[in-house]
Design a binder for this molecule. Structure first.
Ligand code: NI
Length: 213
């Protein structure tokens, strides 16, 4: 879709608020806006994440339990997003490309829709094949109640914003956080859309070596 300057401006104005909200709602973990180190803070690790039951872009029903035994890299967004979602998914793709194939096989990248009204499994199937996104990316969507459940579990903020001036009718303002969850579905750390791909790759490697220790 067309990237119009209005939505870019809106996002840039909104981004600090989104991340600030993430800090508060996350109850102790935060993303530095520069993409620098992320500091998990004790018990908050236990309260970010949780079960989900959604529909994959293949039409298959999937739950968090299907990914046990592998880590998950999870990003929440929407396919009409003009800028920050594609950037984040490209960071995820470029980061995973820096891992070895065996390392990569231990992490499942997931994109969870915050716009299930437009993000049908068919729309997600098209979107996950976008240039630079992880090769193994799975798009997940579902009924609004199912989306709300996982959104609450991950403490993600999102809000529909009407945009009468744009062809998209509405956009979705949302926090921009890449979650790394471990092979038991527990919180490890987060990255952001301005994390360098090599930082993301190293973060995954650090988790893998801890897991193997
Ligand atoms: Ni987005």
């Amino acid at each position: 879709m067309t990237v119009n300057s209005t939505s870019n401006t809106r996002w840039r104005r909104w981004a600090p608020a989104a991340l600030a909200f993430a800090v508060i709602a996350g109850g102790g973990w935060y993303v530095t806006r520069s993409g620098g180190p992320v500091l998990p803070d004790g018990p908050s690790e236990a309260v970010v994440g949780g079960p989900f039951a959604l529909t994959a872009h293949t039409g298959e029903r999937v739950t968090d339990a299907d990914f046990r035994g592998r880590g998950m890299l999870i990003y929440f967004g929407f396919t009409f997003c003009p800028d920050v979602c594609p950037i984040s998914l490209q960071v995820m793709g470029a980061g995973l490309d820096q891992l070895t194939a065996p390392e990569r096989a231990r992490v499942q990248p997931l994109f969870i829709s915050l716009d299930p009204e437009r993000d049908t499994p068919e729309a997600m199937a098209h979107y996950v094949r976008s240039n630079g996104f992880p090769d193994t990316l799975i798009g997940l969507t579902g009924a609004p109640a199912a989306i709300d459940q996982v959104v609450k579990a991950y403490r993600v903020y999102y809000q529909k914003v009407e945009t009468p001036e744009s062809a998209a009718d509405y956009l979705v303002d949302h926090s921009s956080i890449i979650f790394l969850m471990d092979d038991a579905g527990d919180f490890v750390r987060v990255f952001s859309h301005d994390t360098a791909p090599e930082t993301l790759a190293q973060g995954v490697r650090d988790w893998l070596s801890e897991a193997d220790a």
